[in-house]
Design a protein around this ligand. Structure first.
Ligand SMILES: [Zn+2]
Length: 234
């Protein structure tokens, strides 16, 4: 199933350990913790890797909506909202996949609670690389991920993008010299941004290709520069 949707330019390496993306329950009903309290979603600490279960509580429908969006991106799934208002939130995966989540407002507790959650996906992970490439023919995009043992889930490692128009601009209008630099990404996922810049006819900096990598080291710079050499045909 995974193979049908795989991008041929995506490199896959098997993970040594399993990656768990969700804890869940497929049953209707409550999920009470010891002491009679429901599990409360903490938007400050749980949003980086949202997990759901029946009975989980959310402050508002917006917090639940944002958690589902984050989860969808992290899982690489096309989860859509069937309903999303102050009373109900219902999100489903693509046609044919049983995964769905439903939560509703509980007036007595003045919060949102997950009432139904089917966690198991029968769809494939979606990658956006083919879509980006289709809209920008000539653009080079390489992504490196690691698959878990089952081969169903992938962990992001590296992404390289060289936009076709920027590449043309460098080859046609810039001085034949490049500069390399890297900086830390401050988002929740971290990582390093490595960039290649040129100098244009006005002596201005002209960034034309970049990668996001897990760490700045010889291996990642080498990966990036080998792609660049191939891309520029130099
Ligand atoms: Zn699915």
């Amino acid at each position: 199933m995974f193979d049908k949707n795989i991008d041929r330019d995506v490199e896959f390496v098997r993970l040594q350990s399993n990656v768990s993306f969700s804890g869940s329950s497929d049953e209707e009903g409550g999920c009470r913790k010891k002491g009679g309290k429901y599990t409360v979603f903490n938007e400050k600490t749980d949003m980086a890797n949202p997990r759901f279960m029946v009975g989980m509580e959310f402050k508002t429908h917006k917090v639940l909506r944002d958690a589902i969006k984050e989860h969808s991106i992290k899982m690489g799934k096309k989860i859509k909202f069937k309903k999303c208002d102050r009373q109900k939130v219902k999100a489903v995966c693509q046609t044919g996949c049983p995964c769905e989540i439903y939560g509703s407002y509980v007036p007595s507790d003045a919060l949102f609670r997950v009432k139904k959650y089917k966690s198991v996906h029968e769809c494939s992970r979606s990658f956006h690389v083919p879509w980006v490439r289709a809209l920008n023919p000539g653009t080079t995009i390489k992504m490196k991920v690691k698959l878990n043992e089952s081969g169903q889930f992938a962990k992001f490692k590296r992404l390289s993008i060289c936009w076709v128009e920027l590449k043309k601009g460098f080859l046609q209008d810039c001085r034949p010299i490049i500069g390399l630099d890297g900086c830390h990404l401050k988002g929740p996922q971290g990582g390093i941004l490595l960039t290649v810049v040129a100098i244009d006819a006005n002596n201005c900096i002209y960034p034309f290709t970049y990668v996001v990598v897990e760490k700045e080291k010889f291996k990642t710079w080498n990966w990036f520069l080998e792609l660049l050499i191939k891309d520029l045909n130099i």
